[in-house]
Ligand binder design. Structure first.
Ligand SMILES: CC(=O)[C@@H](O)[C@H](O)COP(=O)(O)O
Length: 254
């Protein structure tokens, strides 16, 4: 169990909702993942045209917490406008702040991200902020009062996995708010690694929606995250430079 703002979650896997081959497969994958949190880009989600298909109509909304995100925003002003739209539509008071600063890498703009996060905190939102693995920015945002920090493992949709585990560990160790590793996860081992490092959760999309079998991959990710968390709680052995025998010599029968 972990908490973000006033919500408690059993599952540590948060799912994006884009790029699935079909609604049917998406629904199955969401079910198999046992996620409790679905994030979606307010700008890209068809929530306003009742003639168009809409994922939110396809799923049982009682079962999930919705986490609208500000994907598509390039300035703080745009992100704030998108968040207000989501809240005005009664979707949720939680918001994932995402302000992209570079079209090629889709890495977030730290200055606009900070501005948007502070503004939305002042407006009473529960703020989860997506950043790159920037240790100093993570702390500054926590000091401002955000509710969870979401450092990227690697660029969105790249499937590169965790490229700087050192920075992620710095962020995890210094944080007094939940750390959700978000973006760039490619395979279950990446998700396990994030959890073994001590992350509170993982948010991912492409690794499941783009898999050959998204439903199977959703289950694999669920198990990977559970396994990584269990391993973290169990406490791994320290790394040693040289070998040490698995069977102790004292007490050996000669
Ligand atoms: C859905 C969402 O919020 C994405 O922007 C998120 O960052 C996931 O990235 P991946 O697709 O790399 O998992």
């Amino acid at each position: 169990m972990f908490e973000i703002g006033n919500k408690t979650f059993g599952s540590r896997l948060m799912l994006g909702t884009g790029k699935y081959p079909s609604f049917e497969i998406q629904k199955e994958a969401v079910k198999a993942s046992e996620t409790e949190v679905l994030t979606f880009a307010v700008r890209r989600m068809n929530i306003f045209d009742s003639n168009e298909p809409n994922l939110l109509e396809e799923i049982n909304l009682q079962k999930y917490s919705l986490l609208p995100n500000t994907a598509g925003a390039k300035t703080a002003e745009e992100a704030v406008r998108i968040a207000r739209l989501a809240s005005g539509s009664g979707l949720c008071d939680m918001i994932k702040v995402e302000v992209i600063g570079c079209d090629k890498t889709l890495l977030p703009d730290p200055f606009e991200t900070m501005k948007a996060s502070v503004q939305l905190l002042n407006e009473g939102f529960t703020v989860l902020t997506y950043i790159s693995d920037d240790v100093v920015l993570a702390k500054r945002l926590e000091d401002e009062g955000i509710h969870a920090i979401m450092p990227g493992a690697s660029p969105i949709g790249s499937g590169q996995g965790i490229v700087n585990s050192m920075n992620l560990q710095f962020i995890i160790r210094q944080s007094n708010i939940p750390v959700i590793v978000d973006a760039g996860i490619g395979s279950p081992k990446d998700a396990t690694f994030a959890m073994e490092l001590g992350a509170d959760g993982v948010l991912l999309n492409t690794a499941i929606s783009g898999a050959e079998d998204p439903v199977k991959m959703a289950e694999a990710m669920k198990l990977a995250i559970q396994s990584g968390r269990l391993g973290y709680e169990a406490g791994r052995i320290p790394r040693k430079m040289y070998a040490s025998k698995s069977s102790p010599e004292s007490g050996m029968i000669r």
